[in-house]
Design a protein around this ligand. Sequence first.
Ligand SMILES: Cc1cc2nc3c(=O)[nH]c(=O)nc-3n(C[C@H](O)[C@H](O)[C@H](O)COP(=O)(O)O)c2cc1C
Length: 313
Amino acid sequence: MKTKICDMLDIKHPIIQGAMAWIGTAELAAATSNAGGLGIIHPFTERGLDKEIEIARKITDKPFGINIPILSPGAKRAVKKVIDEGITVVTASVGDPVKFTKKLQDEGVCVIQVVTNLAHARRAGEAKVDCVVASGIEAGGHPGRDEITTLSLVPQVIDALDIPIIAAGGICDARGLASAIMLGAEGVQMGTRFIATDECIAHDDFKQAILNATDVDTTVIGRGIFPSRVIKNEFSNRFEGMDEKKKSREMLTEIERAKAAMLRGDLVEGSMWCGQCAGSINEVISVEAVIKKMIEGAEDIISNKAILISEKA
Ligand SMILES: Cc1cc2nc3c(=O)[nH]c(=O)nc-3n(C[C@H](O)[C@H](O)[C@H](O)COP(=O)(O)O)c2cc1C
């Protein structure tokens, strides 16, 4: 399966491993890139961005990207690091795409903006980003305030912009990839599926929580503040009962709760950032196996449907 983003990003398969704070390390990114997708390093890891890039360079000779949370205090430094290191792809999120796009593109960096509504997508279009990830409310992590589903958002963003669109949120297998392609997307970005892999450094108990999760086991906390989709636990249940002021205070340090869940396996008080598709994830496998199954399965689905349609004609 080859789409427009394969040439644009110099990758074999149109699958991006979404940025994930704390667990988006060199090992996960390199495994994805080595398997033909695009791995993304997150600047917030225990080792820090410089070390992650250094390690990634030792374990892959394929392109990988860096995530830049535009509003974060370290964003300007991360942009400089990307340019100095000759990194070729940035996924930018949480902030105004106009801020760094031109500077990065002038240095030959391909800029992919993550958006969660149409207004933000149009802003990314004005900033002349190279492509956009349209991410629905199903997604793990911070899925956006407007709660638009992937199925509704992706076609609207495709209609609004004349650049390649990548679908994210709720995609974890071949059916998801095939559907995204049918919607007109040029590829997919996944987070939750990549947590349940051998190469992800997430705590085993957190990975097990993903395997155990069913369709109704995630919820969104921090609505109207900075929403996070998490697996329900004692903290998320208690959060529901807090007054608005306390909720706002909690969300300021929620990233520490996410670290506790993901790296220390605190399933009681941690924030277990995870997407709704967890209900479909039943095994921890290698990144290579995830990508191989998705690509082969999606190619089968698409060609079998085409045969069915032509047989009917
Ligand atoms: C644990 C976790 C952490 C995440 N952290 C970030 C982040 O820091 N920045 C970002 O742009 N997206 C983040 N995301 C979103 C992913 O990059 C990706 O777009 C999303 O997971 C796709 O939806 P899915 O979880 O249904 O696959 C995170 C997702 C998860 C599950």
